[in-house]
Write a protein that binds this ligand. Structure first.
Ligand SMILES: C[S@@+](CC[C@H](N)C(=O)[O-])C[C@H]1O[C@@H](n2cnc3c(N)ncnc32)[C@H](O)[C@@H]1O
Length: 221
């Protein structure tokens, strides 16, 4: 194992996680998946091509949506309990995913390693979103793409401030998730051109975790 990989695993050990929350994750999302989230995942991930890295892959809800025969798939997940469940999932035909334990803030890959980075419902949870964005940008090739789906702070005059007030409580209830992150401006401030393709508020997520935005971010030249 390289020093970089070892440092990343040590940093991953400091990311909170438990066997209980890993087991509870899919049952909690079940209704959302059935009523729309899985379709959103499918549309987003159909675009993943070339050498692909998924960040914060969780228990592997995206895995079945990758195209068969994908050139390379690296699944990055810091939480050892979720990574274990991820390893039990069946990958698409002809794809042999590599599972790497690392946080987004310290990715153990060389510059310009990937054509596509996939990230769904992750930037709400990472400890340092700008550092994570900088690492994604570093490992993406200059013509690479970040395919993302994230829930973000509402622009609504009532909901946005309410999300700000509920943030600390939501972090405790929802496994470290921040309900009020301004993810799209944050990506723009950290070297990405962002194209939001879908933004929906009526999604079957709790109102505090809406809207969900999905799109493509490209490293600025
Ligand atoms: C809400 S879950 C989303 C899981 C999966 N992407 C999905 O769409 O179902 C958030 C994920 O981010 C991971 N995570 C937490 N902190 C992280 C960090 N610093 N870097 C990368 N992933 C992180 C968690 O372990 C968890 O798997």
């Amino acid at each position: 194992m390289t020093d970089r990989r070892r440092d990343a695993e040590a940093a991953a050990d400091r990311v909170p996680g438990s066997r209980f929350s890993a087991r509870l994750y899919e049952p909690v999302l079940w209704l959302g998946e059935k009523t729309g989230l899985a379709r959103w995942r499918q549309r987003l991930i159909a675009d993943a091509t070339g050498e692909v890295m998924e960040l914060g892959a969780g228990t592997g809800l995206n895995l079945r949506h990758y195209r068969p025969g994908l050139e390379r798939l690296v699944l990055v997940e810091p939480d050892a309990h979720k990574a274990r469940l991820l390893a039990e999932k069946t990958p698409p035909a002809g794809v042999d995913p590599e599972i790497v334990r690392a946080p987004g803030e310290l990715l153990p890959f060389a510059d310009d390693s990937f054509d596509t980075v996939v990230m769904t419902l992750v930037l709400c949870t990472v400890a340092d979103p700008p550092a994570t964005a900088a690492e994604i940008r570093r490992v993406l090739r200059p013509d690479g793409r970040l395919l993302f789906m994230e829930h973000v702070r509402s622009d609504g005059p009532r909901m946005g401030p309410l999300q700000d007030r509920l943030e600390n409580l939501w972090v405790k209830l929802a496994d470290g998730c921040h309900c009020n992150r301004r993810t799209v401006p944050m990506l723009r401030d950290n070297g990405f051109e962002v194209e939001v393709k879908v933004s929906k508020d009526q999604f079957p997520m709790p109102p505090v975790a809406r809207p969900i935005v999905s799109g493509v971010a490209r490293p600025e030249a």
